[in-house]
Design a protein around this ligand. Structure first.
Ligand code: BG6
Length: 454
């Protein structure tokens, strides 16, 4: 019997913005058995009808093109129970209502992960139950360890899905295809040929209405600790024996273990943080981040972070991995760029052309290789061109693919316990040095290309 879903945080933004639209796709693609029920749980004093109305309403915005039949199918599966996640009796009666094993989805603020898992640990969940934990997984190394321990009290590691929807993006998965299914790239994929790697996730979106989460998190915790370090593992990993949950994650965690943990001086030299001030992004006029609703300016939360990581192993020693992300930026720029070293000697009598570059670009999904060729005019005049392919159009949104993996019990693209802990090991000293004021909090106007990083 396919497990039912129990979504904790059912009245929240994540549920209506990501999970419900994704479930529409999952149903449409035929991946959800007709008897699977979806039970929403939250503290709101709602009835099932009210919950259905709320979801129907939000789907008009977040799944505007969904066909009405599939939406009706989804709405028909929804049920709702009001409960506090710390209320053991309430949760127990919810799981009594579920016929067999369930998938508990924690679409909750991070501060509620531990209390919820503690309550679940007290219940005797049926064999085959799974749990999905959103990011950020904890707020530091200690809390991540504690959360892992608690999860292991009730669930096998292969029933735990620490999700990172970036790994479900097709262009990102193509890093693996490109590297490990082609002879020509892997041989060059090392310190001898690669000068630096840039992983950039600049976003035009600003705080939106997420202050209660984001202001306690900031760009480093929100994006770099999880999503962007995951991208770094895909670029940096050794070839896996096979693409399965164990081999892939073993190789990813090897990379994380090799990422240098910085001392305070290195944090000063190799990291930057900033927050936006008033400005204009497209049509939207934004106030100072510090003046946004729900923001406590004294927390000095960063909306921009850049870290130059070093992977201390044979393959990557000395190659900087510059990872950055910012909100309220001038343009969306989502890409992984591999900068190759210049040719050792240029036989042409002209200024050196730009070295080769390989670009994984999202929005639009594209891969491009920058090469130098003889230009169209004088055959000995070099020209830099891009060989590019608009590839990897994604049939299903990232969250739908993530839910299908959970339904199929496939943990290959979920974060393993040790990966989550290693990521905090890397990020924690940076957070610590920042909290001590070792790195100034710079500013950049919303709608600009970011702060001065000098
Ligand atoms: C989320 C972060 O996990 O990922 C957001 O919390 C960020 O701050 C988002 O905007 C980016 O993901 P996507 O898929 O919308 O590009």
């Amino acid at each position: 019997m396919a497990p039912d879903f129990v979504i904790f945080g059912a009245a929240g933004d994540l549920t209506s913005r990501y999970l419900m639209p994704a479930l529409v796709h999952v149903i449409k693609a035929g991946h959800l058995d007709p008897d699977v029920a979806i039970l929403g749980v939250s503290r709101q004093d709602w009835t099932t009808d009210r919950f259905r109305e709320h979801i129907a309403d939000r789907l008009k915005e977040h799944a505007a093109n969904a066909d009405p039949e599939t939406v009706a199918d989804l709405l028909g599966r929804l049920d709702y129970r009001q409960a506090d996640v710390t209320d053991r009796a309430a949760l127990s009666s919810i799981f009594d209502q579920v016929k067999g094993p369930a998938i508990s989805y924690l679409a909750l603020p991070p501060s509620l992960f531990i209390p919820t898992v503690e309550t679940l640990a007290d219940l005797d969940l049926p064999e085959g139950s799974r749990i999905v934990v959103e990011k950020p997984f904890g707020t530091d190394l200690d809390s991540a360890r504690r959360l892992n321990r608690l999860l292991h009290d009730s669930f096998d590691e292969n029933a735990v899905f620490r999700v990172d929807h970036f790994l479900m993006k097709q262009t990102i998965q193509n890093v693996l295809g490109l590297r490990f299914a082609n002879r020509i790239f892997e041989m060059l994929w090392n310190r001898d040929h690669i000068e630096r790697v840039e992983i950039t996730w600049d976003e035009t979106v600003a705080l939106e209405d997420r202050a209660s989460y984001y202001d306690r998190s900031g760009a480093l915790r929100d994006m770099i600790q999880n999503h962007l370090l995951q991208l770094l593992t895909l670029v940096g990993m050794e070839p896996p024996i096979s693409v399965n949950a164990r081999d892939l994650r073993d190789r990813k965690v090897d990379v994380l273990r090799a990422v240098r943990r910085y001392d305070p001086d290195e944090v000063e030299r190799l990291t930057r943080r900033a927050r936006y001030t008033a400005g204009q992004v497209g049509e939207t006029t934004l106030p100072d981040y510090a003046a946004e609703d729900g923001v406590d300016p004294d927390r000095r939360t960063e909306t921009f972070a850049q870290v130059t990581f070093h992977i201390d192993n044979w393959r990557w020693s000395g190659v900087p991995f510059v990872v950055r992300t910012g909100k309220a930026m001038a343009a969306d720029r989502h890409e992984i760029v591999i900068h190759f070293r210049p040719v050792p000697h240029l036989a042409f009598a002209q200024a050196p052309p730009p070295p080769n570059v390989f670009r994984f670009h999202l929005n639009p999904d594209r891969m491009a290789l920058g090469v130098n060729i003889n230009g169209p005019g004088d055959p000995f005049d070099l020209e830099h061109i891009e060989l590019k392919t608009d590839c990897c159009r994604q049939e299903l949104p990232a969250y739908a693919r993530l839910l299908i993996d959970v339904l199929e019990g496939d943990t290959m693209l979920s974060i393993r316990d040790d990966e989550a802990e290693e990521s905090w090991r890397i990020v924690e000293p940076i957070l610590h040095a920042w909290s001590e004021g070792r790195v100034p909090l710079r500013e950049y106007p919303a709608g600009s290309t970011g702060p001065d990083l000098s």
